[in-house]
Design a protein around this ligand. Structure first.
Ligand SMILES: O=C(O)C(=O)C[C@H](O)[C@H](O)COP(=O)(O)O
Length: 212
């Protein structure tokens, strides 16, 4: 296994839930990351879905040393390199494209590409990937779909993301081919907007206690 795969495995194995974050106000980034670290979820995915996302990755990387900051919603090689320059320690995409595969192969930073069908999983496998995001998890078939992949595609482990919630998270975490899940429920927009970091810390603590 390559060194960067080992690094990604350690990050994903470290906690049952990866918070998927949308930062609307740069000033929220550091206190949000600190709350998640306090709650036991140091690995976080800051999505490039808002104009301040790259600055948020940079700020959290610099100011919250205990956080393990990844970048999500990476769609292009340019996104990839900007996120890495800002300090991202892992890169997540909703899908897999040749442009991103090329960018990933030239980078020391590990890449978690997304897949939602057996053919996409097999294409990623041919490129040497064993850890994949399953996106959009609930919409693409949920836990029963992933369970059905476990026998034919036994070497692949997934981080399902999209529609995962406290209601269904146990179904995913009980599967042998799920390494962790991604979800936004631990950092709701409403609590971020209100600066309710204690509530987010508590949501993180509850997520941290989930069993894989
Ligand atoms: O932008 C990306 O790359 C994503 O991964 C999107 C995520 O799936 C959602 O941000 C999380 O989905 P929910 O937990 O259903 O809110």
């Amino acid at each position: 296994m390559q060194r960067k795969d080992e690094a990604l495995l350690a990050i994903l194995e470290g906690q049952p839930v990866m918070p998927v974050l949308k930062i609307d106000r740069l000033a929220d980034a550091v206190p949000l990351a600190q709350a998640l670290v306090r709650g036991g979820l140091p690995a976080i995915e800051i999505t490039l879905r808002t104009p301040d996302a790259i600055d948020a990755i940079r700020l959290v990387s610099e100011e919250v040393p205990d956080a393990i900051v990844g970048a999500g919603t990476i769609l292009t090689a340019r996104d990839f390199s900007q996120a890495v320059s800002a300090g991202a320690r892992f890169i997540v995409s909703p899908g897999i494209t040749q442009e991103l595969l090329d960018a990933a192969s030239m980078s020391e930073v590990p890449f978690l590409p997304g897949a939602a069908t057996p053919s996409e999983v097999m294409a990623a496998r041919e490129e040497g990937y064993r850890l994949l995001k399953f996106f959009p998890a609930e919409q693409a078939g949920g836990a029963p779909f992933l369970k059905a992949l476990a026998s034919p595609l036994a070497t692949i482990r997934f981080c399902p993301t999209g529609g995962v919630s406290p209601k269904n998270v146990g179904d995913y975490l009980s599967l042998p081919n799920v390494i962790c899940v991604g979800g936004s429920w631990v950092a709701p927009d409403k609590e971020i907007a209100a600066g309710n970091w204690a509530a987010i810390e508590e949501l993180a603590r509850q997520a941290r206690a989930l069993k894989g």
